[in-house]
Write a protein that binds this ligand. Structure first.
Ligand code: PEP
Length: 259
């Protein structure tokens, strides 16, 4: 099955609302016809979602907006959290879940990731579910087992229709923001194992339709190697998503691979 590539930008905790208007406008200005071969999602900080959505909506671009986190309950006494209905209200139709920084610094567990993925599917939002091993796990030869266990936990209890709202991003922790990338061979090996795990959970058809992304210091200079891999369908981009030139170059490269 041919899957449409997806390039998603994770801005992390960067860009004020005013700066987010400039960056999203810069990206939108470069929008070209070839881009409809690629799904493009910008994931700014929560406070920027409305401004970024407004820019993209005004430009009538096909670029989508995503959050970097959500709570699984629709409302309630959860100080500091943002619900899925709130995200929908400001135009987000994607949400990153289980990023390694949230797991490491904010104690996000596999069970919380699963609750978020289920709540997003129920609301009809797309989840970008991040999985990835530490260097210690890789060095112990356990990368594939560890990552596939994370996938099983994240998708637990979902049927094929619900799993269709999920995209898996394989992000080896040792490659995030470090300038050190996995090799395309290492990334493909894990992406294929992820797809086999998804097939085991929700069936071959759902697995062959599901997009698996690579993330970890992806930039225009190294993107070709990853996007050529049969089980890698795009990228989750951190640092390079903050630069108009780099991010738009990555979308162009993905469009070329979609041809
Ligand atoms: C990320 O944080 O999801 C990421 C891939 O970051 P970077 O591209 O900066 O490694």
């Amino acid at each position: 099955m041919s899957r449409k590539p997806l390039i998603a930008g994770n801005w992390k905790m960067n860009m004020t609302p005013a700066e987010s208007v400039v960056l999203s406008q810069g990206i939108s200005n470069r929008y070209s016809r070839g881009w409809n071969k690629v799904d493009v999602v910008l994931c700014p900080p929560t406070i920027d979602l409305r401004s970024v959505y407004t820019v993209l909506d005004f430009d009538k671009s096909n670029i989508d907006v995503g959050a970097q986190n959500c709570h699984w309950e629709p409302s309630g006494a959860y100080t500091g959290e943002t619900s899925i209905p709130m995200l929908q209200d400001v135009g987000a139709n994607w949400c990153i879940v289980g990023h390694s920084e949230r797991r490491e610094y904010f104690g996000e567990t596999d069970s919380m990731v699963n609750k978020k993925v289920r709540a997003l599917a129920e609301a009809g939002l797309n989840a970008i579910v991040c999985v990835g091993e530490s260097l210690a796990v890789r060095d112990a030869g356990e990368a594939s087992r560890f990552v596939c266990d994370q996938v099983r936990a994240a998708l637990a209890g979902l049927d094929a229709a619900e799993a269709a709202f999920a995209t898996i991003a394989y992000e080896p922790i040792w490659a995030i923001g470090t300038g050190r990338t996995a090799t395309p061979e290492q990334a493909e090996e894990i992406a294929a194992a992820i797809r086999a795990t998804v097939a085991d959970l929700v069936g071959e058809q759902a697995a062959s339709a599901m997009r698996v992304l690579y993330g970890g210091s992806m930039k225009p200079a190294n993107a070709d190697g990853f996007l050529e891999c049969p089980d890698i369908d795009g990228g989750l981009i951190g640092g390079a998503s903050l630069k108009v030139e780099d991010f738009t170059a990555l979308v162009e490269i993905a469009a070329k691979h979609a041809e």
